[in-house]
Design a protein around this ligand. Sequence first.
Ligand SMILES: O=P(O)(O)OC[C@H]1O[C@H](O)[C@H](O)[C@@H](O)[C@@H]1O
Length: 529
Amino acid sequence: MTERELWERYQRYLSVVPSLGFSLDVSRMGFAADFLERMRPRLEEAFSRMEALEKGAIANPDENRRVGHYWLRAPELAPEPALSKDITSTVADIHAFAREVHEGKLKPPKAPRFTHLLLVGIGGSALGPQLVADALTSKADAMQVSFFDNTDPDGMDRVLGQLGARLAETLTVVISKSGGTKETRNGMLEAERAYKEQGLAFNKHAVAITGAGSELDQHARKQGWLRTFPMWDWVGGRTSVMSAVGLLPARLQGLDIDAMLEGAREMDVATRQRDAVKNPAALLALMWFHAGDGRGLKDMVILPYKDRLLLMSRYLQQLVMESLGKEKDLDGQVVNQGIAVYGNKGSTDQHAYVQQLREGVPNFFATFIEVLKDRDGESMEVESGTTSGDYLLGFLLGTRRALYEKGRESLTLTVPDVSARTVGALIALYERAVGLYASLVHINAYHQPGVEAGKKAATSVLAIQQKLTARLREARADARTAEQLAADIGQPDEVETVYKVLEHLAANPGRGVKRTGGPGPAEVRFQTK
Ligand SMILES: O=P(O)(O)OC[C@H]1O[C@H](O)[C@H](O)[C@@H](O)[C@@H]1O
């Protein structure tokens, strides 16, 4: 298509939400003229399912759960008054709690005020808060935010090292919907120990966000933590950023959570419309379908031209891949669905992998995110009449054109700024696009049966470790190979796991395991130190 034809196509299919200053441009997607019409019956069905979900149907049949993240920003739509009340009163509680913290009414025992926030969580209990914190941070932040989002000891040391003595003025928020996630439990224990080492009482610094009655809930109550905020079973982890999970940390940081909710609410209104071109979530879902032939054949490359949106791709990785990456469809047929998501930011990526996007394997479609506002205030000119921000747009449009010339498809989202309102709107847009796409390809977007396998396998690795350390203690000075030790514990086929576990123990001080021999794994011997 010529530039002029593209301009026509741009106008014809532009999906705009005027109140948010938002638009979605699909002109660089090569769908046929009758594509939207052909998809109409499927889309109608997807809208009907979405409508039922919003009315409180069991939209996650496997887990027998309702799916209520849309109610979080429109509590009046919740199917029962008690739910609406829970939502509204939790937001009010968050405001009140943050006020007390900011004003120093709720203060740490050994400092005048909480100035730092340490969030402990993983997956949906970290990615949303991380995106929001990073996108909206400013000089005006009331508290500085850090994260433990893994069970990596060195990762935690690094964060604790940065906090140093300021742990005395750090509020730790432990977030886990299930309350039983091991990485988060470990992070909590490591944090607790760090406080203790500085002579600080952890319970006077700790807040939980978790499901009622969970392990974490019970622990927090028993230990007399400052407060527990609820996480409801009708909110999925990856869509929990507008619940206490995202709102409490954001408000503590000093961000405008009401604007975030408002942005999401407005995007929800726009994305309930049944006209595909007026509804950017529907149009987005249809474009994903077109790009990957409804089978996820093309990866989704997320390219925000704005540093503040760097974590968007990580956030969307979970939202999209955990929702859509499914073995079976709703009828139990094997479909192996999904869309791979990756990305970083422009124009930085132009100096990294855009080479492959333009000339390499054509297995993707790009999503450009354009932010109109360059910065607070005016910009200097880097050349006569040109600012750094002009370059950023130039690179966005240039890369988009360069891809188009080589037949590589792209979408462009345009937002006015990176504000709480815009971030809320973007999150809401993708939440609904994922839900609609899941209906288009007939899968359940709201469960994650696949993640359990890895957790179970990890548990059995740790059980093997327990047996091994007991066996090594018995064997004392006797240096034994992995093969022998695997036989000793009655799990000869697990020899590789035995070897890996022992190699790790031997590499770390205080674990009481010594490694000798080699060079190959079969010749290495292990014994107690
Ligand atoms: O919030 P939690 O219960 O600790 O769960 C944290 C995360 O872990 C799980 O493995 C799920 O796959 C995620 O969807 C979830 O967000």
